[in-house]
Design a protein around this ligand. Structure first.
Ligand code: PLP
Length: 264
């Protein structure tokens, strides 16, 4: 039997299935990897709105992670919505103990496509501690602004922000350009690699009247799948970008809000 690449997802639950743990598991499965998932927090949401979120005591996350690491040897870890500063401390403590050399893909989730807040920016310093141990961080424009503490509205500023985030300690940074209008036909993403080289990764902008839910979660997980399959970071990022672009083209409306990715 061939080797089974295994991903540990540490993220929040989205009961609509469009984002969070649910889309992460679908992404991992569609990309032929095995997903385990430790849940940080529970959201109330549908395709249109986030109705709130609840974060269990961080000891509960700690126990989930201890149980998993005492049993399974993962190839990569993907971190999404965190739920609070207590969980950040636990994640850092456990990863330093059990996964010091394991690649970590961090999606620094802050605000949902619907505009609802999923992260309290007063915890930004704690989040930066997580950035320090990340292999690849995948901020969108708003998250890049918050992490780099600067305006990001041009390609040059995307590169500057990626450079600042790398200086925090991340090995490499992908600043996603879907939310800025540098060109009405093309989306430009900036990938600053481990060696400090800048790569522009572009795709055609898909013209949509509605938003698409869960693309950030699925992109970071798709990168994690590539890393689990031993691709180098640049190839994993390029392949994940292609996967999400195809999924966006095939996205469907299942409710009153944003489209969702089907992963098939
Ligand atoms: N819900 C959860 C649990 C998430 O992790 C995320 C994003 O990471 C979202 C909702 C928001 O997803 P989107 O911004 O694509 O709507």
């Amino acid at each position: 039997m061939s080797y089974l690449p295994k991903i540990l997802i540490i993220a929040g639950s989205d009961p609509s299935g469009g984002a969070g743990i649910q889309t992460d598991i679908k992404t991992a499965t569609a990309n032929k990897t095995y997903a385990s998932a430790a849940i940080t927090c529970l959201t109330v949401q549908n395709t249109a709105l986030v109705g709130g979120f609840f974060t269990p005591d961080s000891k509960f996350l700690e126990k989930q992670l201890e149980f998993l690491f005492s049993d399974i040897k993962f190839d990569v870890i993907k971190i999404g919505m965190i739920g609070g500063a207590g969980n950040i401390k636990v994640i850092i403590k456990i990863l330093k103990k059990f996964a010091a050399k394991m690649p970590i893909i961090l999606d620094p989730v802050m605000v949902a496509t619907s505009g609802d807040k999923l992260f309290d920016v007063k915890n930004i310093l704690a989040l930066k501690e997580l950035v320090k141990i990340a292999t690849i961080v995948t901020p969108n424009i708003n998250e890049a602004k918050n992490l780099a503490d600067q305006e990001v509205s041009t390609k040059e500023e995307m590169i500057e922000a990626a450079t600042s985030i790398k200086k925090i300690g991340a090995q490499s940074v992908l600043v996603k350009g879907g939310h800025i209008d540098l060109d009405k036909n093309i989306v430009t993403n900036i990938f600053l690699d481990k060696g400090g080289k800048v790569h522009e990764i572009t795709n055609k902008r898909v013209d949509m009247l509605v938003g698409i839910h869960g693309t950030g979660c699925a992109l970071a997980t798709s990168i994690a799948c590539g890393i689990a399959k031993k691709q180098n970071s640049l190839l994993a990022v390029k392949n994940a970008n292609k996967y999400i672009f195809k999924q966006i083209e095939k996205s469907q409306k299942i409710g009153k809000g944003s489209n969702i990715l089907t992963h098939f």
